[in-house]
Design a protein around this ligand. Sequence first.
Ligand SMILES: [Zn+2]
Length: 395
Amino acid sequence: MSAPGPVSVDAAAVVDLLKTLVGIPSVNPSVAAGGAGEGAIARCLAGACERLGLTVALEEVAPGRPNVIAVLPGADPSRGRSLLLNGHTDTVGAGAMEAPFSPSLRGDRLYGRGVFDMKCGLAAMVEAVAALVRAGLRPRGDVVLTFAADEEHASLGTAAIARTRRADAAIVTEPTQLRICIAHKGFAWVMLRTTGRAAHGSDHAAGIDAIAHMGRVLSALERFDREVLARRSHPLLGRPSLHASLISGGEGPSTYPPSCELGVERRTLPGETPEGVRAEFDAILDRLRREDPRFQAAAELVIARPGLEVDRGTPIVRALHAALERHVTPSPEYVGQAAWFDAALLAEAGIPAVIFGPSGAGWHAAVEYADLPSVAACAQVLAQVILDFCGTAPA
Ligand SMILES: [Zn+2]
């Protein structure tokens, strides 16, 4: 490993690129009907990367919705590690935000939809590589910038990247206030269905009330959350949880309901598997069946996304720590985040992944801003990590 310098980021260029990105609407059309999608912002990022001399490809994950893959080929890939940087280009809808796509500068803050989540991370990725190119430094290993579509809905973009790209490590540049995020929760959606027997409301002997039976499920789940999940704990993420999210059933006031469906979301800790979650639900239903032979129910796992946990001793985490120490703070902080991120998809594909990005506030909120000095600092740290992790060769 070598750590040459100086590599200086161009703070004005980061701000210019960030303003340009915020000015291009990229609302995810699966989240908000009529959203512009990722086509225009992808072309803008592709152009910026082409001007730096990178090898650029647009890869559609849905019609008109491309990922951008921009590669700075390593000077000596057999002797250097490859690094993948990842960020999403889509945003949620503008909601009640004023002038969402006209970025406005107030002091050190830039406001607009997507400026924090996460166009600030995209601008930092591009500027990190731009700084290396300007300094005439060429990493030994490949640097792969990936700008992914659809993170705010089904993560089609990073799912495709995880299937097709390999790297020795990945950094997802979602905002972390310049802290190293080494863990986040996963989630699973489970659909439960109770089966009763339809009958006239007066026919007590024939009817079996599927909604009342779902009431038993609900109270068992509440108790499981309180008595079992509340006792599990992760040092950075706290406890796992579950909540009822959707319910339906019944046909009319004078009919015993023949079925009831309940959707439940379970937020998991790293290491809690879909099979384990499924087994917990099955055990709860088994117990209710033993208590009442007329009770009939089934659970189906609809979707499960894993949590993320990466060891502090992993080379990419150590490289980030060292770069933060050098450029930002003598004591870099480690954090976990409750929400789910694309990083887990990369980790699941065997690429050690960590989350690191700029500061600001307003995830999906009516007021959203990025702290501009932190965006430049993020770019500086990323440039340093590329040099240290991938190694450098004379340009
Ligand atoms: Zn995001």
